[in-house]
Write a protein that binds this ligand. Structure first.
Ligand SMILES: [Mg+2]
Length: 280
């Protein structure tokens, strides 16, 4: 059995970002399935943390199954499930208008919330929650706007990613929908629950009763995965199988040595070309 490299030897739980780390669009990142299996054999707990709120945790289980990775829905911390958990702490059985997709709506419903599509009275709506919506509609934006301006709804967002990486390049991310609602209400979301905020990592540490030094995150994006990991105080590993290149990280290091304007939390503890490099 291979052993983990020295920097990771005290790790009890590994958090994996999904897109760019485990898979890229419809294809498995080479050997990601085998690495997960090896970590399982080393008794390292594995969870997945994605900003993509469009599908439910159970749909993620099915997606990984296609890549021969066995998981259960409680292994996933998506921006939709994190948002649902945090919103439930603020108010149980809330009335919510969603700009988003099935993943966000179903996660909220599963925690007992009433997710409405067309409010009779804007004042009845407790929260407007915005996530990635690939069928973003003007009429829904107008309803969300009115729930906030005419009613008293509080504005929250799953994440603010500017782009969504797909096989052929980039598409607009959830941040575009969040910005649209900001523009027409002149309000900012009260909270954004996905990475680079640490709500997800904090939940994971609490759920598994672990300290930050026992946990690491593997991610391909510096301004979400690595930033969140460093803010939470866990080990951060940038994997070059997704959106970030070695050159970008090298340039960031050069810039951060030259000026203190660069957020040091963007810099990962280690950089690896592929997950294979976590073993000796
Ligand atoms: Mg990613």
């Amino acid at each position: 059995m291979r052993q983990l490299i020295n920097v990771l030897k005290d790790i009890k739980l590994a958090i994996f970002d999904l897109d760019g780390v485990i898979y890229r669009g419809q294809s498995l990142v080479p050997n990601a399935d085998k690495i997960i299996e090896e970590l399982n054999h080393l008794s390292i707990k594995i969870v997945y943390n994605s900003n993509n709120s469009t599908i439910t945790r159970q749909m993620y289980v099915d997606r990984l199954k296609k890549f021969n990775i066995v998981s259960k829905y409680t292994d996933f911390y998506t921006s939709a499930s994190i948002t649902s958990a945090k919103i439930t702490k603020i108010k149980k059985n809330a009335t919510i208008f969603v700009v988003g997709e099935v993943g966000l709506r179903e996660e909220l419903k599963s925690m007992g919330h009433n997710v409405i599509t067309d409010p009779l009275n804007y004042k009845d709506v407790d929260f407007v929650i915005v996530g990635l919506d690939r069928e973003f509609k003007y009429t829904n934006l107008a309803i969300a706007q009115n729930c906030i301006l005419e009613g008293n709804a509080q504005f929250f967002a799953t994440n603010a990613d500017t782009t969504l990486p797909v096989a052929r390049g980039l598409l607009p991310g959830a941040g575009v929908m969040v910005n649209a609602l900001e523009t027409c209400t002149n309000k900012k979301p009260i909270k954004i629950f996905g990475k680079p905020e640490t709500f997800g990592i904090d939940l994971i540490l609490k759920d598994f009763n672990l300290s930050a030094k026992e946990v690491c995150i593997f991610g391909d994006r510096l301004n979400t995965d690595i930033l969140a990991g460093n803010r939470a105080g866990i080990k951060t590993v940038a994997v070059l199988t997704g959106v970030t290149s070695k050159e970008e990280i090298d340039n960031l290091l050069i810039d951060s040595n030259k000026s203190n304007k660069i957020d040091k939390n963007l810099i990962p503890d280690i950089v690896i070309n592929s997950l294979d490099e976590i073993f000796r």
